[in-house]
Design a protein around this ligand. Structure first.
Ligand code: AHR
Length: 310
């Protein structure tokens, strides 16, 4: 964020007090440890940059998110940050914001809208590349032969769509990697466990690998695998995405084989962009800003676990 901060640019109110810009933040919910770190990062960065943040928790429902957006528009906030649960269905409510000249920054997940001018910029991870990295790691690890079950994220969410596609685009050239089952675990630990239990019942010893679209579902799957009397990490290989602390702990214990990082600490980037947007300085803001990800596995986890920030 700028060293000056937005408050110092503001004109004093009639009573002589400085007005602090108000930002409405519409979050997906609290489905995973990643999400909790993301919310905290946005809250901390808002505070550090001198904004008044109004936080709306979508609780896993697009309907709630749309209501919260409309209400922020009605309140006449200075700016909106949206982390959209799913990709589509945002055109109408974003039109409302545009009509009131309220700038919208899309954070973490992407939107698919007819008119890209409905938002100023998108900041988030390259989730398509994350799916590719998971597949590349797996091919290397297995020599290109494995029966895989996939735990997908929330249906219609951009990371679900992209991690699904990125993984398939890489394994397309490797006929020995076969996806034998795929189902949504909604990015949740409990759902990941539940879906894995059903998959183990149906496919039993056929399963070589679990590819989970996030760490929380992989951690749920680890529990299901142990309950079924198998050794996660050895009898069944697990690869997932996020790089949360629980994943590093599971790797150190040998139960998770690999995690592809997806950095949730996006608050500082978001408010750096918001500083510019509110200052009318949007010319050099790219339409898309992607954060770089790393791959960690059982061999590297021990060395980095203490330096992890989420
Ligand atoms: O949009 C990012 C995804 O949402 C994370 O991978 C997942 O853990 C979160 O719930």
């Amino acid at each position: 964020s700028s060293s000056k901060g937005p408050q110092s640019d503001d004109v004093a109110d009639a009573d002589g007090s400085q007005s602090v810009p108000v930002i409405g933040f519409v979050q997906t919910g609290a489905e995973s440890d990643w999400r909790k770190a993301h919310s905290e990062s946005v809250r901390d960065a808002a505070k550090a940059s001198g904004y008044d943040l109004r936080f709306a928790d979508g609780q896993g429902k697009q309907e709630n998110q749309i209501k919260a957006l409309s209400s922020f528009v009605a309140q006449g906030v200075d700016g909106i940050i949206l982390s959209p649960l799913v990709e589509t269905g945002w055109d109408n409510v974003l039109e409302k914001a545009k009509k009131r000249d309220i700038p919208v920054l899309i954070l973490d997940r992407q939107v698919d809208v007819k008119d890209d001018s409905l938002y100023v910029t998108y900041i988030g991870a390259d989730t398509y590349n994350e799916g590719r990295l998971a597949a590349e790691w797996l091919i290397e690890e297995t020599g290109g032969t494995a029966k895989v079950v996939e735990l997908q994220g929330t249906p219609g969410a951009s990371p679900t769509i992209n991690r699904f596609k990125g993984f398939r685009d890489v394994i397309a050239d490797h006929s020995g990697i076969e996806i034998i089952a795929t189902q949504s675990g909604d990015f949740r630990r409990s759902k990941g466990k539940e879906v894995m239990e059903a998959m183990l019942k149906k496919h039993g010893d056929d399963i070589d690998v679990v590819y989970a679209h996030n760490d929380d579902m992989a951690i749920g799957a680890i529990q299901a695998i142990e309950d079924a009397g198998k050794k996660p990490g050895d009898d069944i290989i697990l690869v997932s995405i996020d790089g949360v602390r629980g994943a590093f702990e599971a790797m150190v214990e040998g139960k998770l084989n690999c995690t592809v990082e997806c950095n949730p600490l996006q608050g500082p980037m978001a408010f750096e962009a918001m500083d510019k947007i509110l200052a009318g300085d949007t010319a050099d803001i790219p339409k898309k800003q992607m954060i770089k990800d790393e791959v960690y596995d059982r061999d590297t986890a021990k060395d980095v676990i203490d330096s992890r920030k989420y």
